[in-house]
Design a protein around this ligand. Structure first.
Ligand SMILES: Cc1cc2nc3c(=O)[nH]c(=O)nc-3n(C[C@H](O)[C@H](O)[C@H](O)COP(=O)(O)O)c2cc1C
Length: 389
């Protein structure tokens, strides 16, 4: 990360999650209610576990905002874990007298085994606590700061579910997405028939004690041409986006634009040809693209089209009848540790991916347009856009 960066801290059942966000311009309006709306969106989704009912996340802004406007100083955010009261002994920060039974049976599909070995611990608990996707609540709060900034630049970020289990919505069929329908859908899918089918397979998986993965898509609109760069590997916007999305728990594949489908096309079919733009079109530029197979990025640089990112989410690895494992204490065959769990997290993962994409784009905009105050950034951006139209 460059201009706009953040760190999170906190355990799944600890006192709370903390984030420090640095590099945001001054004079951006930012309020807790705005962040909390995003946190609420992350907690929804058909197939989430009972924990979502306990949490109802709320972020507290601790620093970097005065009278509803950012000051340019680091922004401190805190989200309380409402379940903390039940975990105070297990996750006590000070040494305690009571003996707490360690977790010794690693769950396949989790950081448990590799983590406990890497950090030389006897108890898997600290690994489970930090590797948990609970941490993504903090990322969504940070993403809300980024999103607020992007709004000022006319950039919007949305997500929707395109597959759960075998039910899949191809990009070509999807066309323009109705985002209001997506927000109202329990699985974040605007295709009514598919939505019902997705909910039915989630019910079926739940009844069978199983879980499901799927695919979400994140779309950024209004992205100016020229974010990121072709000049060095670590400046490429596509590379930054792939890393940010792949860093989301349970994401196992990321594609930009037509992605893996491009492998099946010929060179004559792949690229989005450039043609003159009749000046009446929405974007007042002398060229236009009829297709967007590149997903809005060519050579690591945004090309002015919508940024399209899809990601594959694996089925949750915690099952009600736990998978085989071993007890690391005795070396004997054992069932993996069980902790209450979600059935399908694809809709929530999409919301988290919105936050991650917003963070990458906010950083790229700050790198391109600079500025320490929102007015300065907007003026720089305005000048740049005037010069290319
Ligand atoms: C929103 C969200 C919620 C999740 N909830 C669970 C859960 O309840 N149980 C579980 O076993 N894994 C859950 N996961 C997935 C694990 O966090 C993830 O699979 C695990 O940390 C291992 O990381 P990896 O799959 O990226 O390798 C969730 C992921 C996300 C994005």
């Amino acid at each position: 990360m460059g201009q706009f960066r953040f760190l999170t801290g906190g355990e799944s059942h600890g006192k709370g999650l903390v984030a420090i966000v640095e590099g945001m311009v001054a004079d951006l309006s930012l309020e807790e209610v705005y962040i909390n709306e995003e946190l609420k969106r992350r907690q929804q989704g058909y197939g989430r576990g009972p924990r979502m009912k306990i949490e109802q996340d709320k972020a507290e802004i601790l620093a970097g905002v005065r009278y509803g406007l950012t000051t340019g100083s680091p922004i401190g955010l805190f989200i309380t874990n409402r379940d903390w009261q039940n975990w105070q002994e297990q996750l006590s920060i000070s040494p305690i007298e009571t003996e707490i039974e360690p977790v010794t049976c690693p769950r396949p599909g989790h950081a448990d085994l590799a983590g406990v070995i890497k950090y030389g611990l006897k108890d898997i608990r600290p690994i489970m606590e930090r590797a948990s996707a609970r941490e993504t609540a903090a990322r969504v709060a940070v993403g809300a700061v980024a999103r607020r900034f992007l709004e000022e630049l006319g950039i919007a970020v949305h997500s929707h579910t395109v597959a759960i289990g075998p039910h899949h919505w191809e990009r070509e069929e999807a066309g323009l997405i109705n985002w209001q329908k997506v927000e109202a859908s329990p699985v974040r899918c605007a295709h009514v028939k598919l939505e019902k089918a997705m909910m039915a397979v989630i019910d079926e998986a739940k009844a069978n004690g199983d879980t499901l993965g799927g695919i979400f898509e994140v779309i950024a609109t209004g992205v100016p041409i020229g974010l990121g760069s072709h000049v060095s590997w670590d400046r490429r916007l596509d590379g930054k986006i792939a890393q940010a999305i792949m860093s989301i728990n349970a994401v196992k594949g990321v594609e930009i634009g037509a992605g893996f489908n491009l492998a099946d096309l010929k060179g004559s079919q792949g690229p989005d040809v450039i043609e003159p733009n009749p000046r009446s079109k929405v974007k007042d530029l002398p060229w236009r693209r009829v297709t967007n197979r590149a997903g809005g990025i060519e050579g690591g640089i945004s090309n002015g089209e919508d940024i399209l990112v899809r990601a594959a989410v694996k089925p949750i690895a915690t099952l009600t009848s736990p998978l085989p494992s071993i007890d690391l204490g005795s070396g004997e065959v054992a069932k993996a540790h069980y902790e209450r769990s979600d059935i399908c997290v694809v809709p929530a993962a999409g919301v988290i991916a919105e936050a991650m994409l917003a963070i990458v784009l906010a950083d790229a905009c700050l790198e391109k347009f600079g500025g320490d105050n929102l007015k300065e950034t907007l003026a720089n951006c305005g000048n740049y856009l005037r010069n290319i139209s």
